[in-house]
Design a protein around this ligand. Structure first.
Ligand SMILES: Cc1cc2nc3c(=O)[nH]c(=O)nc-3n(C[C@H](O)[C@H](O)[C@H](O)COP(=O)(O)O)c2cc1C
Length: 417
């Protein structure tokens, strides 16, 4: 019987352990977590979601304060179109976040940045171009384009001297999305270096509709895309993601068309993960019925989260002057509309409830939107319960090695504290 360590992911001549830790915004997949993946020979992701905010927390900068100061006059205004990101500051924050992470890198593995294209930042093309190029300039090993799959993103990096040497990949949930991307990018003569195929059991946003995500099966999509690449004679590594909970799950994907796996949920309870420990305990405690897929994200994509997330139903005033990452190119966000509707319906209320949308920027920033993978309810089986009723937090190294060496779906428990 094989284990994950019997396989390697190849990027040309370079080989890495075929385990990617997926990007988890906002700073849930921290630099520390990504650095551990690289040290252990795999691939870690940092995330570029809300980088100025993340830089403030990591490096004591004041990007958010400065933006809020500039647009304070607009806080009570329902029209947010005036609120723009300063591209110079955005570049600086990205360079710091990426650069400091890469300086600390050890080991044979790699560090990529997950770039959520749905963060349209009231200027989709300009802000995305700055984020992508600043990450390349600061030395990132690779970029994973996620949520949104802006078909023109490769072209935004075309002039960068690292366009052909950095590893550039995409996340798709269907063969159709991949075909659209390949067709659109054909004239650049630059294929993706890897394709992550994310199925319906993943955490974060899903690439399926709320009504039919249950109908899809990750292995079926991987097989379909694998057959297409063989037919087209395209040699691009496929990375399966979503619900891969044990090393044996990973092996079964790698024996059926995948060159690697991307995993995230098991690492949400690592000490290197950005979630505060009391939130990690909520993840451990969750049962299957405590996890839902809902439509409260203003991105328009379904999102999986714990039902008791403080973000659900909370009606805070939109915080776009400080954040505003989800403003579309016209300064709109569906949370603003939902919030204004509730305020108009309840003019005397001190605080309204907004059930259909959430202020995702604020709640992700404060770790109050507890997004998670479908198998979060199994996390309690990966550790020990302590005398005080809490669960033991794991090290990223322990989880990584469990994926790497485990056989027969066994999960190694940590050494007791
Ligand atoms: C807490 C959490 C946050 C996530 N955030 C993002 C994100 O910001 N961008 C993204 O592309 N994927 C995100 N994901 C998806 C993961 O990167 C990964 O592809 C997926 O969750 C793998 O499935 P698993 O969690 O069942 O292992 C997130 C997943 C989790 C659990």
């Amino acid at each position: 019987m094989k284990c994950v360590d019997d396989f390697r992911l190849k990027f040309g001549k370079r080989e890495v352990v075929p385990i990617m830790i997926g990007g988890m915004g906002v700073d849930i997949s921290t630099a520390e977590l990504a650095l551990e993946a690289a040290r252990l020979g795999g691939v870690g992701h940092i995330s570029d979601a809300m980088v100025p905010t993340v830089a403030d927390r990591r490096f004591n900068t004041h990007f958010v304060k400065q933006k809020l100061k500039q647009y304070k006059y607009n806080v009570a205004n329902t029209d947010k179109s005036a609120v723009q990101f300063d591209l110079g500051q955005l570049e600086e924050a990205t360079r710091m976040h990426v650069g400091r992470t890469m300086e600390a890198k050890q080991g044979e593995g790699m560090i990529f940045i997950n770039c959520m294209e749905k963060l349209t930042m009231n200027g989709p093309k300009d802000t995305l171009k700055v984020r992508l190029n600043a990450a390349l300039d600061a030395g990132i090993d690779g970029i994973t384009l996620s949520a949104g799959l802006h078909l023109g993103s490769f072209a935004l990096m075309e002039e960068n001297s690292r366009f052909r040497d950095a590893k550039l990949g995409i996340i798709v949930s269907s063969l159709r999305a991949l075909q659209l991307f390949l067709r659109k990018n054909a004239k650049l003569n630059r294929l993706p270096d890897f394709i992550i195929i994310e199925g319906p059991l993943a955490g974060g946003h899903l690439g399926f509709s709320i009504d039919d995500w249950k109908k899809y099966n990750l292995q079926t999509i991987v097989s379909e895309i694998h057959a297409y690449l063989v037919q087209e004679k395209l040699d691009i590594p496929l990375v399966a993601a979503g619900g891969i909970f044990t090393g044996s799950d990973a092996v079964s994907f790698m024996e059926n068309g995948a060159a690697a796996v991307q995993v995230a949920t098991r690492f949400t309870v690592a000490k290197e993960c950005g979630l505060p420990e009391q939130v990690q305990q909520e993840y451990f405690k969750a049962n299957e019925e405590d996890i839902e897929v809902n439509t409260i994200s203003p991105t328009g994509y379904p999102m999986r989260m714990l039902r008791n997330s403080p973000a659900i139903g909370d009606g805070i005033r939109p915080n776009c002057e400080a954040y505003g990452y989800l403003l579309d190119g016209n300064g709109s966000c569906s949370y603003i509309e939902a919030y204004n509707r509730e305020v108009a319906l309840h003019p005397t209320a001190r605080k309204v409830k907004v059930m259909d949308k959430t202020c995702l920027c604020t709640h992700m920033r404060n770790f109050d939107c507890w997004t998670c993978g479908h198998y979060t309810y199994r996390l309690k089986d990966t550790t020990r319960k302590l005398d005080n009723g809490e669960y033991q937090i794991l090290s990223a190294e322990h989880i990584f090695n469990d994926y790497l060496y485990s056989k027969d779906h066994l999960i190694a428990l940590p050494v007791s504290q």
